[in-house]
Each structure stands twice: as C-alpha cells, then as structure tokens.
Design a binder for this molecule. Structure first.
Ligand code: BG6
Length: 482
C-alpha cells in the first residue's frame, strides 16, 4: 500500500483551538473567545448569546488554548520529527483586522503568521491555510450583525486579499471557510450569527450562506489574479448519510440530508445554485438578496480542490419508531447497529470514509484533500506523559487503509492532514479531555496543567506511516517513551 508521490501527509489545527494569546499582539475579540465550556457553550453555538463580552466567572478555553502562539517553534519541531509534509492551520481574522473593518491590517498579526510560515518552511512543511475557521471578529457582529450583512463580504475580501498578497510565495494551498455547511447547524460558530427575537432563522442563515459563498468566490478570484498558481479550496464537514432501511422514503431522506451539505459545495465547485436548493428555498418562503453579478461571479470562480473533514457517517430513517440517536460532529444521526462509537458517541466507520471520498469525487471530479480525520478520546498518561493510545492508531490505520482503497477506486486525493496532531481544545465541547493528538498536552478541562508536550505511542506510529508513504500503516512499531 503506497500513496501517490508528493502526497501531503500532516496534521490540522485551528487558530482559536490552539493559539491562545487571545488578547495579545493587537488581536481583537473573536466569536470563539465568547464560547465558555459546559452547557452554556451549546446555547451560544446555536445562536443564543447572552453577551458580546466575556462574562465574569466563566471559563473560556480559547483564551489560552494550548499556547501555540508562544510555543509554535517547539510544536513545529515535533511535527517535523514526525516527518510532516504539510500543516493545515488557520489565521485568526481578528489578529489581522482586529475589528474586521479596519482600514489598515495589524502588522503584529501579519508578522506572527510570517514567522510561523517561515518556521514551517524551514522544516520543509507546506502550510495549508484556512482563512476563516469558526472565526468572526466580534466587532463585526456588533456593528453589522456579522454575515447576515452584505458589507461583511467586502471586509472578508479585503482580508483575503491582504493574506494572498502578504504570503505570496510562502503559502500555496488555501481554504476559504472551514466546514462551511456547519453554518446551518451552528450559526454562531459558522457565521457569528446571533438571532433577534422572532426572526425567521432559516431566512437569516441562508442569506448569510449566500454572503459566504459570494465571499468565497471573490477570494478565489483574487487569489488567481494575484498568483495563478495559488490553489483555493472549499471545506466540507463530510460524512455519507445512510438510509436506515431500503424503504425508498429512507433513501430519499438520506439524499435530502446530504444535499443540505452538498448545497454549499455544489455552489463553490459547480458554480451555481442547484435545482433542489432553489426548490427548497422557494418552498420555505426564503427570499435571498442576490446582487447583480453574484451569479456570474459564482459561476466563474469555482474552487480548485475539495477539502473535507471526515469523522463519522450518519444514519437516518423516516420511521418514528426508530429513534435511537447518537452524537457526531453536530449532525444528528440514528445509531447504526453495524458500527461502533467513540466515547463521544461518534460512529467509527472507516468504510464510510471510502464511500464518502468516492461520492465527493464522483460529484465534483476535482482533487480531494482530506483536511481533518481523527479520533477524539480520553487519554490516560503515565507519570512521564506517555500514552498508550492503540485505540487511536487502530482508528487511524483503518481510515488510512480505506483512503487508499478510495485512491485505488480512482479517486484523486492530494493529502491527508489528521485533526489535532497535538491535543487542543475541542470545538464542540470546549474540553481538553477530548484529545486527538499524537502529542499529549498537559492541561485539563478547567485550564490546569503545565502545558508540557510529550509524545504518545501514536507519535512513532504516524512517523512510520509518513516515512513509508502510507505503506506501513498496520505494522506494529517499536516505540520509545520520551
Ligand atoms: C471539525 C472542526 O468539526 O471537527 C474542528 O473543523 C473540530 O474545529 C473537529 O475540532 C473535531 O470536533 P471536536 O468537537 O471533537 O473538537
């Protein structure tokens, strides 16, 4: 089993889940800085925000996160030791434009990412950059209502152009919005949307979606004008929906559920609103404000590749008697009797990964980039911080094998960046306990810990996977504690 030459093996992190330093270097407050832990986090994520300032007495995990801001050299050296070819990371919009609508960018923020990219390039690691990973400057919510307002498209365009120009020659692979389809499920996280009393939430969400789609196309256009070699992708929270039974109604329901997500990528990749989306909007009484030139822009400036995350598949039924639901990347899903689950209730479905990759390639016929995959699990370190995480190795080995099967099926995949190669803050729960890393970070859910980094068993395993270009996924490896 070997992967294509030049395959981009690596890991993926996001600014708000790793950097910390939330008020340093001239950075403005961002959406995620208002997400506490616990039950309140979910209320905020769904768009019910009590305050646009951090509230006294609440713990906000993004404020320190794992302190990547100050420790990036140490972390990148560890990634390099594993042999990373790529690191996917995001830029915090409010480090560059603290208020989102500033006339001039913040030089300290720009310099920080210059330093990070230089460090990566020094180690031969290709930066893969998400422009907005669950991240909107809070000031844009206060002044404009965030993505519900068309003006935010212009601010995003300025932000994206600033990045393409500044980092031209350092960054080739870009993505516009992380898991853009999450906007419909978590409107605050996805788009900084805070609902007003009595408003039509679907109307607001789809208008915000249109704005993000236009902003994404404008970014693609700008990138190609600045440097035709730049590759700009979309990013989908993927995962095939299965029909619980062969009842055609279940199959139709599964198709409709997948289309809720495909809608975004259909626009970003095929360049137009699909018929099923137009029908849905019309039947729901949703009227989009589409400006002159928008549809041409969407048509002409489609993405270069399809980035996606895959953690789990989903299952659906129209039978009201079948109601055993489980968790999973925010999408509601029925329990699938054929699959095991993670400690957080996410199904474990490596074959679903192959199916999903095939489905995406069949649909878009563009290179795929797996930019997130991994297992969130409770790790129990020994006194030295070493974790025997065979469960993680098992999960990842099986997924990598299935990714290879997809490649054999003819699917073009350019890289694989596993989620959270170093433990970081969970996006959905805000916990540290939900760990994905090959590198353990000494920090708990309450923010206690030394932040010391130590290698888990999976560290040497992934190093071997990369060194053999995917050939030695299942072979047990000799590991050294450190
Ligand atoms: C994706 C996000 O939804 O899944 C990441 O892009 C997130 O930001 C990852 O961290 C895993 O989810 P969680 O909730 O376990 O952190």
């Amino acid at each position: 089993m070997s992967f294509p030459k030049g395959f981009l093996w690596g890991g993926a992190i996001a600014a708000n889940q790793a950097e910390g330093a939330y008020a340093e270097g001239g950075k403005g407050l961002t959406t995620v800085d208002l997400l506490p832990t616990g039950k309140k986090r979910f209320d905020v994520m769904f768009g019910e925000l009590p305050s646009l300032e951090p509230m006294p007495g609440e713990f906000y995990p993004s404020h320190e996160a794992i302190d990547f801001y100050h420790r990036y050299k140490e972390d990148i050296a560890l990634f390099a030791e594993m042999g990373f070819k790529a690191l996917r990371l995001s830029i915090a919009w409010s480090r560059i434009f603290p208020n989102g609508d500033d006339v001039e960018p913040n030089e300290e923020g720009l310099q920080f990412y210059d330093d990070v990219f230089d460090e990566l390039l020094k180690h031969g690691i290709e930066p893969v950059v998400t422009i907005a990973h669950f991240d909107v400057p809070v000031s844009l919510i206060k002044k404009y209502g965030s993505w519900r307002n068309r003006r935010v498209v212009d601010f995003f365009e300025t932000y994206a152009k600033t990045l393409f120009t500044r980092y031209n020659g350092k960054v080739k692979y870009w993505m516009t919005f992380n898991e853009i389809n999450m906007l419909l499920h978590l409107p605050f996280i996805g788009a900084g949307i805070v609902f007003e009393d009595g408003e039509d939430k679907q109307q607001v969400k789809y208008q915000a979606a249109h704005h993000q789609l236009v902003a994404s196309a404008k970014a693609v256009k700008a990138a190609h004008e600045i440097n035709p070699d730049l590759q700009v992708g979309c990013m989908l929270a993927a995962g095939q929906t299965y029909a619980y039974s062969c009842n055609p109604n279940d199959v139709l329901d599964a198709m409709d559920k997948d289309r809720e997500s495909f809608f975004f990528i259909d626009v970003q990749s095929r360049g137009e609103y699909p018929g099923y989306a137009k029908r849905y909007l019309e039947e729901q009484g949703i009227t989009l404000q589409i400006e002159e030139g928008d549809l041409e822009l969407l048509k002409e400036h489609t993405v270069d590749y399809i980035g996606f995350s895959y953690y789990a598949s989903r299952t659906t039924s129209t039978d009201p008697e079948i109601n055993q639901s489980t968790e999973g990347n925010i999408f509601s899903s029925l329990e699938n009797p054929f699959l095991e689950k993670s400690e957080w209730g996410w199904t474990i479905d490596p074959t679903g990964f192959r199916i999903t990759a095939n489905q995406l390639y069949d649909r878009y016929q563009k290179p795929l980039f797996v930019v997130e995959n991994g297992l969130g699990a409770v790790d129990t370190p020994d006194a030295t911080g070493y974790v025997e995480d065979d469960y993680r190795i098992d999960y990842m080995a099986k997924h990598i094998e299935q990714m290879h099967e997809a490649i054999k099926d003819g699917v073009e995949i350019i890289g694989y960046t596993s989620w959270g190669p170093i433990d970081l803050v969970s996006a959905s729960t805000g916990e540290m306990k939900k760990r994905y890393g090959f590198i353990y970070v000494d920090k708990d859910n309450e923010g206690n810990g030394t932040l010391t980094r130590s290698k888990k068993k999976s560290f040497d395993w992934y190093k071997q996977v990369i060194a053999t270009n995917g050939a030695d996924v299942t072979t047990p490896v000799q590991t050294t504690k450190s």
